[in-house]
Design a protein around this ligand. Structure first.
Ligand code: ADP
Ligand code: ADP
Length: 227
């Protein structure tokens, strides 16, 4: 049983085709890296899988039921309840402290503030962020901010974590550390991870990688990354 699947997904932005019949199926607990050249459709595929974008044609299935036919409100609820997100530039809310940023998904899901903050703080030690709980994003290094963003992506224990170039704004060493933390934390809580990256080193810690070229997935066959 696949936890999430794209079937023959087609999507254009005006005259620009982004996806031309993309197929991918992800198993529960799997860490999959979507690779491919810039402009090939990786982010668009991730946004379709995550219910952010709706394909022009084709189908998206999550946990055995169809997502692309749902309303915007239903998809938004689905994202809030089951998905976590990490993007290239942390996109932390600058007015909030680091711990408030991490607590955000819990607060949006209705958890009481004190409980949400307590849960959020557990992530700081785990990710080597001790003492940074009250900092604002402007007072964090790039690597620290991405780790805070990672904690925010995982704090609500999502079924799937969607990560779009999560190390793209970091130097190689810092990026590797963030990726290691991401993989370790996801495996520990059994979270499925769909990660877009063009860095081979980032993809290497995934269980499987697929290639997107010209809006199509070119390697559908499970293609184990050599360790
Ligand atoms: P990748 O993630 O592989 O770099 P994208 O999925 O971001 O590729 O983009 C695929 C194609 O769709 C590209 O040609 C890109 O320019 C185009 N595209 C992506 N997003 C938009 C948008 N919001 N508006 C117009 N064109 C877009
Ligand atoms: P790109 O992949 O082109 O670099 P991003 O990944 O940073 O762009 O963001 C892509 C789009 O996804 C943005 O337009 C943003 O509005 C949207 N987005 C980001 N996070 C969420 C979310 N949690 N729910 C819905 N939409 C989101």
């Amino acid at each position: 049983q696949h936890i999430i699947e794209a079937r023959e997904v087609v999507l254009s932005f005006g005259q620009t085709p982004a996806l031309r019949g993309a197929n991918v199926a992800v198993d529960a607990g799997e860490i999959i890296a979507i690779m491919g050249p810039s402009g090939s459709g990786k982010s668009t595929l991730l946004h379709c899988l995550a219910g952010i974008l709706v394909p022009d044609s084709g189908e998206i299935h999550f946990d055995g039921s169809r997502v692309d036919t749902r309303t915007e409100t239903e998809r938004s609820t689905l994202r809030r309840d089951h998905f976590g997100f990490v993007f290239q530039f942390g996109q932390l809310v600058p007015e909030l402290t680091a711990e408030e940023n991490v607590a955000l998904p819990l607060l949006l899901a209705g958890t009481r503030r004190n409980d949400a903050l307590r849960e959020a703080r557990l992530w700081f030690e785990r990710l080597g962020l001790d003492g940074l709980e009250r900092r604002r994003s402007g007072e964090l290094s790039g690597g620290q901010a991405q780790r805070v963003a990672l904690a925010r992506g995982l704090v609500a224990r999502p079924k799937i974590l969607f990560a779009d170039e999560p190390t793209g704004s970091l130097d190689t060493l810092t990026g590797e550390q963030v990726m290691e933390l991401l993989v370790a934390a996801a495996r520990e809580q059994g979270t499925t991870v769909v990660i877009v990256t063009h860095e081979a080193r980032v993809a290497a810690s995934a269980d499987r990688h697929i290639m997107v070229r010209d809006g199509k997935v070119t390697s559908l066959v499970p293609d184990r990354v050599p360790s």
